[in-house]
Design a protein around this ligand. Structure first.
Ligand code: 6R9
Length: 654
């Protein structure tokens, strides 16, 4: 990826400076930003003061044995105490921690005082089940308050949790339970999704049947649906937890005590168990949440509209917001149940001020049309965030205008399961935003874009994103596989962490993420990122969402195949024009926007795209279709029927 890379994204010229009122009161001002960026380790030492430590640390970071880092050496703390008890002790027990909204419309409000009681009871319940510090616990739950309570109860007694997304199969769950050798599973009978009760317990039963070491399954009753019951192993949450004392004395653990394992898919079939520890993780989750979202705990109503089974839910539904003592919204269900305005109804109802979600959601809302959010009062919003994939400039601008009333800054935050917290992002009171760019590394973070040989590229060029210094919330290893940790992240560019993402620096040195490096196509020797072609397609008024893949081509090496979802205008045009004309127009539009080399060889209109739980398009499966192959592994798809629908809609021979 060098000078040959085409430069459509870099011609994006729109600029959005911070609103004056927000800048004047911002948690991080321009002056503080300059100072922080120059501070190095002292910056993180100050950030760690956001937490309550039971014993002080003696060294900020220990990088004497790279790539194995230790942060806040010798410090001791309890993550749950920091997220819950200390806010109650400070007199904020009556502050709402979560406004929870169930999909069917039932609601619950949990104050920090409520949360302290619930977490203490759940911690006592886990102790009653024989759990000890260091034991792993698997959590397979819907988006209900007990999920947060379960995670914090684990943290409170030093038992690392591994949350497995409720949409994953019994197979996926079993693999994770076995990999980290969890002996206890916390689950629910089911949860509500798309207007119906969706069972979870049967998948646990199926998974655990082949996990001989699982001795207890703690089950929350959410939907009331029938469940099979294994006496002696299964325990109802409402029986065991409710019977416990609401007092539990939190024990302080070493800063490097494991907090959780989050599995993420790699290039091979076996998922990687990303290990996060306590002090550094909580410091960076709390600091980034405070700085990037400019949260004011006494005023804001904060909402990360993501699943807790994704790292975004860990850092920005649970640990970051709670460490900061913020009021959050937690929503169980899907955005179009019972109607396509559900999110906006929730924003209006709770007066949400800060919203954080994924580009895929934003593009879906674009497809549904701005008339839907227009029906709701969204004037409480003051800041918007994006995470999970590169956000196309058109989607960014739509988000700012249709949702943010053209007054809310949009922060595009780049990070990974492995980084634990946000790494590259604008700061809303400081940065002039550019649609589609995550801009600069946050203070205390060192990122670079390098060429094949590991040398920094000049401004205006593209390459590979690397992190050149360790950071507090970095993964410590891959659970049970140190060699894989070294090989995957630290071997491609010695001394640097290789993120696996392509990126460009523009003329100002600002960073534009281009997607995973395996999402780069090679067409007649030209390297073209899928993100650039997708952004060109989404900039056409007919297109809501696009996924682009490179398919093997006998003459050009790879040919560009585009799958598009139409917006209302596009659907009307498709009804009047010949399908071929529409495809031709869109292909020409890409040629005009980027250059003739980027004109898709083939363009298919589809109703849905295959996505993972975190909203990432599974281009691998689309490539299978484009190359006429049998489908690869679909276990991480949120909805496996999507692939059948795409195949059925294909013109014969495609
Ligand atoms: C938090 C999360 C990590 C991968 C990452 C990159 C993509 C995330 C992005 C982004 C462009 C952003 N990604 N945020 N790409 N701009 N703002 O998503 O973690 O599920 O581990 O995915 O997601 O490709 O490498 P995870």
């Amino acid at each position: 990826m060098s000078g040959e890379t085409l430069s459509n994204l870099l011609s994006e010229g729109r600029r959005f400076p911070p609103p004056a009122a927000l800048a004047a009161e911002a948690n991080v001002t321009a002056e503080a930003y300059e100072r922080a960026a120059a501070d190095g380790e002292a910056f993180w030492a100050a950030a760690a003061d956001r937490l309550d430590w039971a014993a002080p640390w003696t060294q900020v970071r220990d990088w004497s044995d790279p790539p194995f880092a230790r942060w806040f050496v010798g410090g001791r703390l309890n993550a749950a105490y920091n997220c819950v008890d200390r806010h109650v002790e400070a007199g904020n027990g009556e502050r709402v921690a979560f406004h929870w909204e169930g999909e069917p419309g039932d609601t619950r409000t949990l104050t920090y005082a409520d949360l302290k009681d619930e977490v203490s009871r759940a911690a006592n319940a886990l102790l009653a089940l024989g759990v000890q510090a260091g034991d792993r616990i698997a959590i397979y739950m819907p988006m209900i308050p007990e999920t947060v309570v379960a995670m914090l109860a684990c943290a409170r007694i030093g038992a690392p949790h591994t949350v497995v997304f409720g949409g994953f199969s019994a197979d996926a769950l079993r693999g994770r339970i076995l990999d980290c050798d969890a002996h206890v599973v916390i689950t629910a009978d089911g949860g509500y999704r798309k207007g119906a009760a969706s069972a979870l317990k049967p998948a646990v039963d199926e998974a655990v049947a082949q996990c001989p070491d699982v001795r207890s399954v703690l089950v929350v009753r959410r939907t009331g649906q029938d469940v099979a019951w294994t006496e002696g192993r299964d325990v109802w949450w409402h029986e065991l937890v409710a019977a416990q004392y609401a007092e539990h004395e939190p024990e302080a653990f070493d800063a490097e005590h494991p907090l959780y394992i989050m599995y993420t898919s790699g290039t091979t079939a076996r998922p990687k168990g990303i290990l996060h520890t306590t002090g550094g993780y909580l410091t960076q989750a709390a600091w980034s949440h405070w700085a990037v979202f400019d949260v004011k705990p006494d005023r804001d109503v904060y909402w990360t509209a993501a699943d807790i089974g994704w790292v975004t839910g860990h850092s920005y539904i649970v640990y970051g917001p709670l460490a900061n003592g913020v009021t959050s919204v937690l929503y169980e269900g899907t955005p179009d149940t019972p109607h396509q305005g559900r999110w906006w109804e929730i924003v209006q109802k709770y007066g949400v001020t800060i919203l954080y979600c994924a580009p895929t959601a934003i593009r879906t809302f674009m497809k549904w049309g701005e008339e839907i959010p227009e029906r709701f009062d969204l004037s409480s919003l003051r800041l918007l965030g994006s995470v999970g994939e590169p956000i196309n400039p058109e989607a960014w601008v739509w988000y700012r205008q249709a949702i943010g009333g053209d007054r809310c800054p949009v922060v595009d935050t780049w990070w990974q399961t492995e980084t634990g917290a946000q790494m590259i992002s604008p700061l809303p009171g400081v940065s002039t935003c550019k649609p589609g760019s995550a801009l600069r590394p946050l203070p205390g973070i060192s990122a670079e874009v390098v060429d094949d040989a590991g040398n920094p590229v000049p401004n205006g060029s593209g390459g590979y994103l690397v992190l050149t210094q360790p950071w507090p919330s970095m993964l410590r290893t891959i659970w049970g596989d140190e060699q894989r940790y070294i090989d995957t992240y630290w071997s491609r560019f010695p001394g640097y962490y290789f993120a696996g993402d392509g990126a460009k620096k523009d003329e100002d040195g600002d960073i534009w993420l281009l997607g995973r490096v395996d999402d780069v196509m090679n067409v007649s020797g030209h390297r073209i990122s899928t993100t650039e072609v997708e952004s060109a397609l989404v900039s056409h008024p007919y297109v809501a969402e696009a996924a682009v893949v490179g398919a093997a081509d006998p003459t050009t090496g790879q040919g560009i195949v585009a799958f598009v979802i139409l917006r209302g205008a596009g659907e009307r045009a498709a009804a009047t024009a010949q399908g071929d004309d529409l495809a031709k127009e869109l292909r020409s539009h890409v040629a005009k926007e980027i250059g003739p080399i980027a004109r898709p060889r083939q363009l298919l209109v589809v109703a849905e795209l295959p996505k993972t739980r975190s909203g990432k398009i599974m281009r691998r499966l689309l490539r299978d279709i484009a190359e006429n192959r049998a489908l690869g592994d679909v276990t991480t798809l949120t909805d496996s029927t999507v692939m059948d629908a795409i195949r059925e809609g294909l013109p014969s021979g495609a």
